[in-house]
Design a binder for this molecule. Structure first.
Ligand code: HEM
Ligand SMILES: *[C@@H]1O[C@H](CO)[C@@H](O)[C@H](O)[C@H]1NC(C)=O
Ligand SMILES: *[C@@H]1O[C@H](CO)[C@@H](O)[C@H](O)[C@H]1NC(C)=O
Ligand SMILES: *[C@@H]1O[C@H](CO)[C@@H](O)[C@H](O)[C@H]1NC(C)=O
Ligand SMILES: *[C@@H]1O[C@H](CO)[C@@H](O)[C@H](O)[C@H]1NC(C)=O
Ligand SMILES: *[C@@H]1O[C@H](CO)[C@@H](O)[C@H](O)[C@H]1NC(C)=O
Length: 327
């Protein structure tokens, strides 16, 4: 086939895919509540700010809640539903150690404040998306416009969780595959992982890197030996219930220190350090480590795509009155 016609065909395909992608996200708009709840952003931000002043756990807990919501059944607030006698909900799946109280409490409080101003108007899924953005930007990360207009899902089942979330001991191929299954690519994986610039992790999630890693390797060789020794002190005998800051240098700052830590063998989770070990992702780590602007841009783009995953509209959702129970 001649060069030009191949190019034309390719462009046609790219244009078709692009317009399809836009259609998929067509319900979301940054000014969705402009006439129905004009102060929603100010209200949510005020609550997040207040919760952050009472505990820095608010930052990591709220951001992670948004990620888990989007990866299980889409960004539809299904992660917020409480289990009942007849239903074991998403948040009570076996791997829920990190979905800590502070994130749920922030969203409960923000939704209550929003309901006071504009009853039955703003979805819990949108409150969560806004609160995550505010936790990010109020702790030093990028401030990006949040696309809004998600509905809240009508189902939340622990049995929907297995296989949807990445694990800290996954290979790069597994991580890429899980992100791909949610419509995200390797660029998004590297950018979004910077969320591990804030918050904490339980020793149980990374202790395998510290003790008897592999025959002949007492610890994960990609770990900086000084950092490994420090972590053994924080996780004696593996200490599964203990917690360690994800980023020792700037623990409550949402910044690109995360990538500089990786360059120094200082990634806490195996999945973090792999981003520097693998030659498909190392160049991006280096670029984002160097430039706050590049980091802000890459993160804002990727988190916006995260917010479009599995969004519900029409009969597939509604607007909950209270985020932890169905109407
Ligand atoms: C790339 C694959 C990922 C893996 C394997 C992973 C795994 C984990 C693990 C094991 C923890 C510690 C949980 C605990 O022990 O309590 C954690 C914490 C956290 N993750 Fe991820 N995660 C990934 C991606 C993401 C993404 C994309 C985001 C958000 C955009 C995110 C946000 C967070 C936050 C903020 C924390 C701290 C939670 C807190 O302080 O309570 N993670 N992650
Ligand atoms: C985690 O799930 C278990 C059931 O597997 C449940 O008993 C526990 O309350 C859950 N923890 C949180 C914080 O939701
Ligand atoms: C990762 O950890 C889980 C749970 O700790 C374990 O069941 C699984 O076999 C591990 N996977 C790999 C690839 O090591
Ligand atoms: C990932 O997707 C984004 C948005 O479509 C795109 O800009 C980026 O180039 C993609 N990355 C790769 C490695 O294909
Ligand atoms: C990455 O490394 C593999 C094997 O070491 C090599 O085959 C491949 O070409 C490299 N890819 C890049 C993008 O450098
Ligand atoms: C990062 O910055 C250093 C110093 O300015 C420069 O030498 C290096 O080439 C940069 N690396 C990347 C990947 O941009």
């Amino acid at each position: 086939m001649a060069g030009p016609s191949r190019t034309v065909l390719l462009l046609a395909i790219v244009a078709a895919v692009a317009s399809f992608a836009r259609l998929g996200a067509a319900d979301l708009k940054t000014d969705y509540y402009a006439s129905t709840c004009p102060n929603v952003e100010t209200i949510v931000r005020g609550v997040v700010q207040q919760k952050m002043q009472s505990t820095i756990r608010t930052i990591g807990s709220t951001i992670r809640l948004f990620f888990h919501d989007c990866f299980v059944e889409g960004c539809d607030a299904s992660v917020l539903i409480q289990s009942t006698a007849g239903n074991q909900a998403e948040r009570d799946a076996s791997d829920n150690l990190s979905l800590s109280f502070e994130g749920f409490e922030t969203i409960r409080s923000a939704k209550a404040a929003v309901e006071d101003a504009c009853p039955d108007t703003v979805s819990c899924a949108d409150v969560l998306a806004l609160a995550a953005r505010d936790a990010i930007s109020l702790s030093g990360g990028p401030f990006y416009p949040v696309e809004l207009g998600r509905l809240d899902g009508l189902s939340s089942k622990a049995s929907d969780v297995p296989g949807q979330l990445p694990e800290p001991n996954h290979s790069i191929d597994q991580l890429v595959a899980i992100f791909k299954a949610h419509g995200l690519n390797i660029t998004d994986l590297v950018a979004l992982s910077a969320a591990h610039s804030v918050g904490l992790a339980h020793c149980a999630k990374f202790a395998y890197r510290l003790y008897n890693f592999k025959p002949g390797q007492p610890a994960d060789p990609s770990l900086n030996p000084k950092y490994a020794a420090f972590l053994r002190g924080k996780c004696p005998n593996g200490g599964p219930d203990w917690m360690v800051l994800m980023d020792q240098a700037t623990p409550a700052m949402f910044d690109n220190q995360y990538y500089r830590n990786l360059q120094d063998g200082g990634g806490l989770l195996g999945s973090d350090q792999l981003l520097y070990a693998d030659n498909r992702t190392r160049a991006m780590v280096d670029a984002l480590a160097n430039s706050t602007n590049a980091f802000y841009q890459a993160f804002a783009d990727a988190v916006t795509r995260l917010g479009r995953v599995g969004v519900k509209s029409g009969k597939r959702g509604n607007i909950r009155k209270q985020c932890d129970v169905f109407n």
